[in-house]
Ligand binder design. Sequence first.
Ligand code: 5GP
Length: 144
Amino acid sequence: MSLEAQYDPENIFAKIIRDEIPSVKIHETDAILAFMDVFPQSEGHCLVIHKQAMVTNLFDVDDNDLAALTVAVKKVARAVRDGLAPDGIRVAQFNGAPAGQTVYHLHFHIIPVYEERNLGAHASGGPADTEQLEKTATKIRAAL
Ligand code: 5GP
């Protein structure tokens, strides 16, 4: 998918926004949704998206929507820090398939890093256990 690709309303995150497929949610407002990544690279890996900005990447998003999104990223990252006590936190955002983007609805990754554990590979491996994701999400929600 190129940087100029058209937004596809049938992408997986659009379906999550419409509740057509399930997700483990952390935080939701009229504009923002934060939810657990189902192929987590570490415990607490989550994603933050704008629910109304139907855009594929950073270059297409309205500045006001981006501002709301980044404020939410900070809020959720702080809750990940306080709820899970990782040693570091990576915030990532990929544009275009060559850069590693696999879902074409703009999103930010929040990836906790634990010194004694290796990060998993990006967007691969088996899906995480939903019960385990729920347990982790509960700790993050409690710290929001
Ligand atoms: P990207 O590769 O586009 O930067 O990130 C997409 C992310 O979405 C990946 O980390 C991948 O694990 C995650 N993902 C893919 N499909 C699903 C899904 O159905 N549910 C959830 N919660 N995450 C998904």
